[in-house]
Design a protein. Sequence first.
Length: 108
Amino acid sequence: MEHNVYIYILAMALSTYLIRAIPLTLIRKEIKNRFLRSFLYYVPYATLSAMTFPSILTSTGNVYSALAGFAAAVFLAFRKKSLIFVAAGACVVVLATELFMEILGLQH
């Protein structure tokens, strides 16, 4: 059975377009429901977190160094540091954790 890649591309394009076009055509008034507005406000953050967190855990050779870097990034972000500082701090913590684990012989 031969698969036509153009059918797949067309199906994905239509589904992506419909997901974006249907709310624009059906919802014409301003949303006044406080719960719905609050829910819609946090959807991008929740989606980004759901996509990012699994890749954080698998970004290094060891899940412990990844968790240490994540904890450092969260700590620095809560301290209201800049994005560059948070990213650099997380990288330094991951490097230090990897080196520490290698010195102790815990690296596999």
